[in-house]
Each structure stands twice: as C-alpha cells, then as structure tokens.
Design a protein. Sequence first.
Length: 511
Amino acid sequence: MASRKVDALLVGSGVMSATLATLLKKLDPSLNVLMVERLDRVAGESTDGWNNAGTGHAGYCELNYTPQDAEGTVTIDRALTINANYEISQQLWSSLVTSGDLPAPDQFINPTPHISFVWGEKNVEFLRQRYEKLSAHHLFADMEYSEDAETLKQWMPLVMGERSAEEPVAATRVAYGADVDFGSLTRHLVSSLEQQDAFDLCLNHEVTGLKKSDRNHWNVTIKNRATGAKETITAGFVFLGAGGGALPLLQKSGIPESKGYGGFPVSGQWLVCQDENVIKEHHAKVYGKAAIGAPPMSVPHLDTRIINGKPALLFGPYAGFTTQFLKAGSKLDLLKSVSLNNFKPMVDVGLNNMDLTRYLIGEVMQSHKDRVATLKQYLPAAKESDWVLSQAGQRVQIIKKDEKGRGKLEFGTELVSAKDGSLAALLGASPGASVAAKAMIDVLECCFNMRMEGGWKNKLKALVPSYGKSLIDDARLLKEVREHALSTLGLQKETGQSDIQQPEQFHRSAG
Ligand SMILES: Cc1cc2nc3c(=O)[nH]c(=O)nc-3n(C[C@H](O)[C@H](O)[C@H](O)COP(=O)(O)OP(=O)(O)OC[C@H]3O[C@@H](n4cnc5c(N)ncnc54)[C@H](O)[C@@H]3O)c2cc1C
C-alpha cells in the first residue's frame, strides 16, 4: 500500500475544512495540508448552495434563537452569541476579498434583508418584546419594527398581498442581512488553496480508517472510490470536517472523548419557484414561527437566493426522516453508528422526543397540495404549478449523555477534540456554515495552542481584527469591524430603504 506524510489531513471539502485549511495556510504557509473528499467535486454535500438555506445566520430573523420561557419572557443571549460569531465570519471573508483569496463578493454573498414575520395577537406581542430587547443592544441597533400593513407591504409585497386586513401582523427587518452561497464561497477558497505550495486536494477518495501510531501520529487510510486502491497517510493532525460523515469517523478514531455520542439524521426539502416573475417580486429572507414539535432548524422561511450566480426563490425546509448521514450516503449509516457506548442515549432520545417523531412523520406524509398550503401562509397568492420539490442536505443532530447519563438531543454544533490536540471533529450543523470562522478558530485554539501562543494569534488579528475581544461587550469595536466588513462585502448599511430591489440592481457600496 502506498503511503505519504502530511502535517494536517482535513477530511471533507465543505465550508469547515476549507475555512480551516485557509486559516492554517495563512498562519503558516509552509504547512503541508491534504484535503480528502469522497465525492468527485468540492462542497457537494450540505455546503452546496441548493442543500442549505444560505442564510448568513446572525440572529436577525431566526425566531428560534430568541426563545420564550414559561412566563412569556424572551431571552436574547443565544441571538447575541450567534450575531457576534457571524461577525467573525464576515471579517474573515472581508480580509480574504481584500487579499484576493476570494473574488468579488457578489460571487458568494448578496445583500438580502432579514425579516421576521408573524401574525396573530400572541405572536405580535412576542415579536414586539423580541424587538425591544434586541434593538436595545448595539449588535441589533439597526433592527426596524412595524405593525403597519403598508410598511410591511413595502418590505414584502407578495407576502402581504391578498392577506386579511383584520388580522394583526408584525415584522422586524435588518436591511443588511445576507444571502450566502456557501458552495460558491467554499469552491473559491479551495481553488485559491490549490494555487499554493504544499496543499493537495484528493477528490473521489474516502477516508475509511484512522489509527493513532506509537509516534503520536495518525495513520489514515484513504480509498480511491474509482479504482479501490488504498493509501496510508501519516498525519500530525487530523480534522474530521466530514459533515454527517464526521460521527462514524470519530467513532473509528477510538479517542476517549468520542464515547457516548450518537447522531439523529434529519433530511430537508424545499419548494422551489419556477416562475421568474414571482422570483423578481420578492427580495428578502422572511422567517416565521416553527410548528409545535418542529426541530428548531425547521422554522419555515421564504428566501430570495442567489445560487451559482442565478436568482432563485425557495420555501421550506420541510423536514423528513432518513437513516442516511450524508445525502450521498448509505441507508445503513444510522444502524452502523449504534454501538455499546451510545445505545442507551440513542434509545432515550427516541423515547423522549415523541413530539419530534410525530412532526417528522407528519412532514413525510404531506402531499404537494399540503406543502403549498403551508407556503400560502407566507405567499397567499402562490400557485401549486409554480413550485417544485427539491431535496436539501442532511443534518445529523448530536445525541449525547446529560449529567445523569441519559441521552439528550442537541440542535447546535459541537467540537470534539483529542486531549493531545492531534484530532478534532465537528458534529452537528446549526447555526452551521455562518459561524465556520469562529468554529475553526476554536479548532486552532484547541489543537494548536503552542503555535497560537507562539505568534499565530497576532497573525489571526490581521485576518479577524476583533479576535480576542468581545463584540457583545464592545460597541465601538463592533461598529468599526461591521462597517468595514459590510463595505468590503458590498452589503448595505443604510436602513429605512423601502423599494424592492432586484438582485442585479443591488446597491453595492464597495467591492
Ligand atoms: C437543509 C439545511 C439548511 C441549512 N441552512 C443553513 C443556513 O441557512 N445557514 C447556515 O449557515 N448553515 C445552514 N445549514 C448548515 C450548513 O449547511 C452546514 O453546517 C455546513 O455546510 C457544514 O459544512 P461541513 O464542511 O461541516 O460539512 P459538508 O458540507 O457536509 O462537507 C462534508 C464533506 O465531507 C465529505 N465526507 C464525508 N465523509 C467522508 C469520508 N469518510 N471521506 C472523505 N470525505 C468525506 C462529504 O462528501 C462532504 O463533501 C443548513 C443545512 C441544511 C442541511
């Protein structure tokens, strides 16, 4: 069997591995980095534009980031954290545009107002309280709120058209929200990496095994999916950025930190609009409230998208049950992931999440007509024939033990790393690609501690100027870094603009 040696082996070519590889090569260009991808293309799973919602998750419109407790009090801590973490991504992308590692920003990010929209008295009350709390914080100071039907019509004419005037409605808007084509972003990052020395991309190769050697290196087996030929790579550091495929690889690594983790896959589907006239009339991401029992990432939304340079309009996601961990995975993925050390937590989760099970069964049983009926709550004039169903990516939610050893289902993202820093894996998928920069900086802090102390931190500050400081606490710093990033990325800062703008007419302040 052939063999070779690298400093870092990154499994998968999604946004996470691409971001980590970019950071590593910026911090030390001499590092020998190998990226291994089982598909024949880069970013073909969750990161591809058609497989995710492309929302630059900043907590502006996602109502599940500001939950209400039993007394009706809205808590905003999660929204603040997500917003501050998203700013880290925007700073990194902005630096990479300036350095020429990324192309003109409209090739991967586009200004798209982020709107939360609710109807019914109770929901209006919730949104008002959410707005009051969020807008009092500097991170959300530019958020607008309105209960006035005319204003809302200007923000989203199709959503407000043919709607009963009797019903109380309300919306918030942040004009400089973004639609991000994470697939395009990632492909640009990888092609920039490919132009550098000591970086290799191995497509159509699957990591099938990994074992720690006596010399504290990892021996990683990769298999050519076309020829079946196997090769062993010796790596000083391994990142399991395999998306849904990360859990099985983490289990294979055998590190003590991997014990007890399980995965619960949830698939997604969109309704995609085929009528260009409808697509042209809507320009926003409009998020509503999730149905009872729905997992947090299934909040319905109507999204203006620009995918591979073309405008599109998507509604969803509709969740579904699946046993695959990857869209191009195997039906046996879930079964194969069950082991003695995660069997109990997985059974606990199955028994204790009946609402979720009922919700998923309900979603799977829906007809096209049922799905369009949900869409009509957002787009009253929607015609069944204008919309077709399309398969989104897979998310594998994390199952882990709670303090009492019982299984619990988590909807966030978690970094699991070996104590000696030689391996890290990213599990879960929310808030996902939007916080890739923060998640990968966490990998550097966990696994490259000595290099960070030895000079990488200063280099990182050049890429992410707020690094090491809190944007939640520092209003002045936030203003500075946000204005710079919005300007470099061509996103609007002005609020109060009411005209609908078509994607090709987007006002870009720089680029
Ligand atoms: C329906 C849906 C909507 C979403 N919406 C949003 C959103 O609006 N905003 C947002 O920020 N995030 C969103 N996300 C989450 C986001 O897409 C993911 O968090 C992100 O793309 C994950 O990137 P990744 O690099 O970890 O994984 P992926 O993009 O899945 O990449 C992993 C790669 O690893 C490869 N791989 C797997 N196993 C192996 C192996 N053994 N050997 C070699 N290669 C392997 C896979 O083929 C794949 O290419 C959404 C996800 C879904 C499914």
